[in-house]
Design a protein around this ligand. Structure first.
Ligand SMILES: Nc1ncnc2c1ncn2[C@@H]1O[C@H](COP(=O)(O)OP(=O)(O)OP(=O)(O)O)[C@@H](O)[C@H]1O
Ligand SMILES: [Mg+2]
Length: 139
């Protein structure tokens, strides 16, 4: 897969996520960074759908629930730490249990807290390029 892509619609970002999903094998942590509205959740729709863990429209922002689990048996998690305000709240999320067994864990705003796991990580940054264009970079 290319290390960098420019997409021109949400659909193109979802398609890129589907292609990325083909390359993912648990255990792996996918860390998504980028400003509000840059497309992190949209990209996650493609990844989760590409893993056959849920349909695209079942993947929504976990901003309030903080952590979604998709799939039956496949163990795909999607978290968003944006609204997690304290280290104590971060610890009550239960990520330790998530990391106890191989899974695919996709996290938005993970840079807010230190993650302690030896799992391989894939870091992706999304950037606004104006209008519906976004740049996805693998860091
Ligand atoms: N090329 C594109 N790639 C991704 N999303 C796009 C693109 N063009 C337009 N959009 C729209 O931009 C919005 C991206 O929102 P999304 O929730 O995915 O961002 P986010 O990075 O998860 O934001 P937040 O930090 O608030 O969680 C969606 O409404 C999506 O339809
Ligand atoms: Mg989001």
């Amino acid at each position: 897969m290319a290390e960098e892509a420019i997409t021109h619609s949400a659909e193109e970002t979802i398609a890129w996520g589907r292609a990325l999903a083909e390359t993912l094998k648990p255990p792996v942590l996918v860390l998504l960074s980028g400003e509000l509205g840059s497309g992190k959740t949209t990209l996650t729709k493609g990844i989760v759908a590409g893993l056959h863990a849920a349909e695209e429209d079942e993947v929504t922002s976990p901003t309030f629930t903080l952590l979604h689990e998709y799939g039956t048996g496949s163990r795909v998690f999607h978290g968003d730490l944006y609204r997690v305000e304290s280290f104590h709240d971060f610890e009550t999320l239960g990520l330790e249990d998530v990391f106890a067994k191989p899974a695919i864990v996709i996290l938005e705003w993970s840079e807010k807290f230190p993650l302690k796991t030896p799992w391989p990580q894939i870091r992706l940054r999304l950037e606004h390029l104006g209008g519906d264009s976004r740049k996805i970079s693998r860091l």
